[in-house]
Each structure stands twice: as C-alpha cells, then as structure tokens.
Design a protein around this ligand. Structure first.
Ligand code: ADP
Ligand code: MG
Length: 485
C-alpha cells in the first residue's frame, strides 16, 4: 500500500538530483538507480555494477539519504547496493550460497561416473573479486569449435619483418606440438597485431590438418576465468580441471586479463604445470612479455618465459602494404596503389584498424558499384583519418575526464588512491595511450610522475572493464568521441 507513495517520492528525489547534478552526471551515473523497496526504516536503491555503486554512494550517498528523509521522515537509512541477480552484486558468501544450477546443457556428454566434487572443492578459496564477474553458467568443458575464426588461418596471415619470428614459432608448434624449446609458446604484442590470428591458425592446423587430431582447448583468459567461476558455481570444478588436463594442447589468449585474479591464476598455474609435465603443449598470448606482466604471480611469469617467447612488433609500412594487397586480393577487388599507399601511411596503429578501413572502402565500392579512388578513400574514411590526424594532448584528456567524472583536475596527478579518483585517472591514462603517441613513461610523468607500469596497468584494467561492463565501455567511448571531435 505504501508502494505507490514510495514510487512517487522516488520520482521526485530523482528529479531533484537531476536538477542538482546536471544532465551529464545524471545520465551517466544516477539514472541507473532503481528503487528496490523499503524494509522497516531502510530504503534500498540498486545500481547495476559495483563500480557505479561505489561511485554513486561515495559522492551522492549522503545527498540521497537527505533527500529521502526530506520526502519521507520514516526513512532512516538508505542502502545503496548492487542489483541482486546481477552477478556483480553477490558478495563471496552470497555467491556460494546461490541455489544449485540447472542441469548442464551437455549432460549427455559427461562421463557416466563423473566424480562428485569434493565438498571442500567448491571454490573454497574464491576471493571476493570474483563476485564482480558476470555470471556464466556454461559447460565446464571448453567448446573449441565455436571459438575459432575461419579467416584466421596461416594462409591468411601476411608475414613480414615485424611478425616473421612469431609466425615461424607458431608454424613450428602447429607442425610439431610439444617440441623441446617451444613449450610453452608465448606470443606477445600490442593490440591488433595478429596474436589471436596466429593462435587460431595453430588451433586450426592441429585440429583440421594433421593426421593425428589433437584435442585442443583454445580460450581467452577471460573465458578461462568465467568457466572456472561457472564451474565453481555449478560445483563442477573437478570436471573442469579434468577436462583441461585431458587436452593435448591448451591455448590461452590475452593472458593479461588474469592480472589481479589470483585464484584463477593459481588454477591456471596448476593446470599449466600438469600439462607441461605430461608433455602437452601450451600456447599463451598476452600484450606484454612474461617479465613485464607484473600483475602475474612471479612463479607463473617464470614458467611462461621458459619455452619460446616471440613478440609481434608494430607493423612497418611495407607490411601494411602487403597486408592491404593480400586482403584486397582476397576480397577480389582492385584497389589502386595510390590508395593503398595512402592507407598504409595514414593508418599506422594496428592491423585491425587498417583492415577496418579497407573493409569500409570495399563495402562502399560494392554498395555504389564504383571503383575505389583516392577521392572516395578520403571521403569514406573521413572520420578515421581525422581521428588519426588530430593530436589530442594529455592535458586536454585529463581535463575532459576530470570534468566528466566531476573530480578535480589536480587529482589526475595527486597520490590519492580512492577509487572515485583512481578509476577516472586510469581512464585518462588509457585514453592518453590510445589517442596520443606518447610513450608509457611520458604518460606516467604527466600523471604525477607515476611509473610506466602504473600506466600499463591502467590501460589493461580499463580495457578489461570495458569488455565486462557495457555501461563503463559506453562511457569511455563517449569520452573518446568527445576528445576526437
Ligand atoms: P591481436 O589478437 O594481436 O589483438 P588479431 O589477431 O585479432 O590481433 O588481429 C587483428 C586483425 O588483424 C585480425 O582481423 C587479423 O586477421 C588481422 N591481422 C593481424 N595481423 C595480420 C597479418 N600479419 N596478416 C593478415 N591479417 C592480420
Ligand atoms: Mg587478440
């Protein structure tokens, strides 16, 4: 009976807040608040993620309480929490107390006498941070085929100076897994330089081409983590472990995402050792070399560096031209040399962007039945080129980001570590890396003389969060567009 009243009060409170904080902050942060109810003298308001909850409650918690008390004197306390049902809401204990999971989709594939998980095996050491992870109640047996991209073959990979070593190593492992000196194979390099492409190529080769069909498990580190958590939730960790340990080749892409996930790292470490000792091949990719992955456990880094470490360097002009030629030929479209040169000059960041630009040109040509010219390239790629031309400064980035999150500009270089300032600072570092050509140490210096590893960590943390949290990603994208325009 008091519900309609509460709802009306809540609407008024929201309107007040909106007026007070302004449109941008309201839209970005506060609009997502939901009133979940009142119990005794306590009102509960929920937000979709822990990050947003922390942000809102640290800045506006008091104000929201005051507004409630103003509206409804019976309200003594306001509890701002993460939506339940949303995996990011559940604390450790809650998550372990979740009701049993529905039967697995692939129950028929399971061994008839799959051992029951030991009672203590039920994620007894899950750290709280796991609770942040989106829920995925998946098959504990990694599904390989779904994950491989048919375009990512060795044939489709253009080899040049910057990637020839990594390519050769990948070829070698694909031809002869577990050769001494090549296990583990660790591929690293920046975004969009072909790590995933090479990993898939190895997996294709091993599952499709060789007489002996290897069983290969390929997954991103994130997937590994999700699956591990899902296995904990569905009490099938033993099965998950056994399945991983039964493969001939284990491939983990983007290992940097395990930074800070101690429990998953631990699991990976054990699986890793088990497989290597059993003579199985491991292939891992990451954005940095083993020794630079400072968030990973030392013993894991050491082991990762024990086999073959190969890096994919940033592309050269020649490689970019070769890639454009190969891709255009594949698409069966003729692109004038001038246009390729133009693209190879202008889009230097990574292969993914180069490919994106080329695909756009091709789509445009197909759509309008016109051939590609330098002029159409200018026209069609207008926005991409502009973004590459315009030089945003770190100061501009800091200013915009500070404004956006309503923190002080000085906090960009201050030593404060509260999340409400640390996160925006990380976003600014991430954007500085993306939008300027400054080096990591240079960026670090502009943020209160921080170390380049701090910047590196910020970059991977932000990309990780962006993958996980749509709202956050949208926010960062919005900032990027603002800065680029
Ligand atoms: P990473 O995993 O290193 O971020 P990807 O492997 O996803 O990068 O590569 C990004 C895109 O660029 C993919 O579409 C991939 O096919 C393409 N690519 C990267 N390097 C090459 C190459 N040497 N030859 C052909 N395509 C490439
Ligand atoms: Mg990749």
């Amino acid at each position: 009976m008091e519900q309609p009243d509460l709802a009306a009060q809540w609407t008024r409170i929201r309107a007040r807040l909106q007026g007070e904080v302004g449109e941008v902050i309201y839209r970005t942060w506060l609009r997502q608040m939901t009133l979940s109810g009142m119990d005794g003298d306590e009102v509960t308001v929920t937000l979709p993620t822990r990050f947003i909850r922390d942000w809102v409650s640290s800045r506006y918690g008091d104000r929201i309480s005051a507004l409630w008390q103003n509206e409804n004197p019976a309200v003594r306390r306001v509890d701002i929490r993460v939506e339940s049902g949303n995996a990011s809401s559940v604390g450790l204990t809650e998550s372990l107390a979740l009701p049993a999971v529905e039967p697995r989709r692939t129950a028929t594939h399971l061994a008839p006498s799959a051992p029951n998980p030991r009672p203590g095996d039920r994620g007894s050491q899950v750290p709280a941070s796991y609770a942040e992870i989106a829920e995925e109640r998946a098959d504990p047996r990694p599904d390989l085929a779904a994950a491989l991209d048919p375009r990512f073959s060795f044939e489709g990979f253009v080899v040049g100076k910057p990637n020839e070593f990594a390519y050769a190593c990948a070829r070698r492992v694909a031809a002869q897994p577990s050769s001494p000196g090549f296990n583990p194979l660790f591929l690293y390099g920046g975004v969009g330089l072909g790590k995933t492409h090479l990993m898939h190529a190895v997996a294709w080769e091993l599952t499709d081409r060789t007489d002996r069909r290897y069983s290969v498990a390929y997954m991103s580190a994130e997937k590994f983590m999700y699956r591990f958590i899902a296995a904990i939730r569905s009490q099938s960790t033993m099965e998950f472990k056994e399945h991983l340990r039964s493969v001939d080749v284990l491939m983990i892409d983007d290992l940097q995402f395990l930074i800070g996930k101690d429990n998953t790292q631990e699991e990976f470490f054990h699986t890793f050792n088990y497989l290597v000792e059993a003579g199985k091949q491991i292939v891992v990719s990451a954005d940095k070399s083993p020794s630079d992955l400072s968030g990973l456990e030392h013993r894991l880094r050491t082991r990762l560096g024990c086999g073959m470490v190969a890096d994919l360097h940033t592309t050269t002009y020649e490689l970019r031209i070769s890639i454009l030629e190969a891709k255009a030929a594949r698409a069966g479209i003729s692109i004038p040399v001038k246009v390729m040169e133009f693209l190879a000059h202008k889009i230097t960041s990574n292969v993914r962007e180069l490919e994106g630009a080329l695909n756009r040109l091709i789509a445009h040509a197909n759509l309008f039945g016109r051939s590609v010219t330098l002029e159409t390239a200018h026209e069609v790629l207008h926005d991409i080129l502009k973004a590459h031309d315009r030089r945003v400064t770190i100061e501009e980035i800091q200013k915009k980001v500070a404004e956006h999150y309503s923190i002080r500009l000085t906090d960009m270089s201050s030593a404060r570590r509260a999340r409400a300032v640390a996160r925006p600072r990380q976003v600014a570092m991430f954007l500085a890396k993306q939008l300027t050509s400054r080096s990591l140490p240079e960026i670090g210096r502009k943020f209160g003389n921080r170390d380049h590893t701090t910047v590196m960590h910020a970059v991977s943390r932000v990309s990780e969060l962006m993958q996980r949290d749509g709202n956050f990603a949208e926010d960062v994208e919005l900032l990027r567009r603002l800065l680029e325009s």
